[in-house]
Design a protein around this ligand. Structure first.
Ligand SMILES: [Zn+2]
Length: 72
């Protein structure tokens, strides 16, 4: 869905990208990996505006490395 821009559920191409955010008190779509919001990993959400299906992706290779180290 991220790459094809096509919804796997309804085959429509009405995909929007919602970037992750790190706000106060852990708000926003992110994964905390440290003690401050600066060490949160952003999770980008892709939403089909036709049927509502959504997918979440961590887009930064460095962030994926960090997650593997912390949770792997
Ligand atoms: Zn859809």
């Amino acid at each position: 869905m991220k790459n094809s821009q096509t919804c796997p559920k309804c085959q429509q191409q009405r995909i929007i990208r919602i970037p992750g955010q790190a706000g106060a008190h852990g708000s926003g779509n992110n994964i905390p990996v440290g003690f401050t919001i600066f060490s949160s990993i952003m999770v980008t959400r892709f939403v089909c505006t036709s049927c509502g299906f959504s997918e979440e992706w961590i887009e930064s290779p460095e962030d994926l490395e960090t997650l593997a180290e912390k949770f792997g």
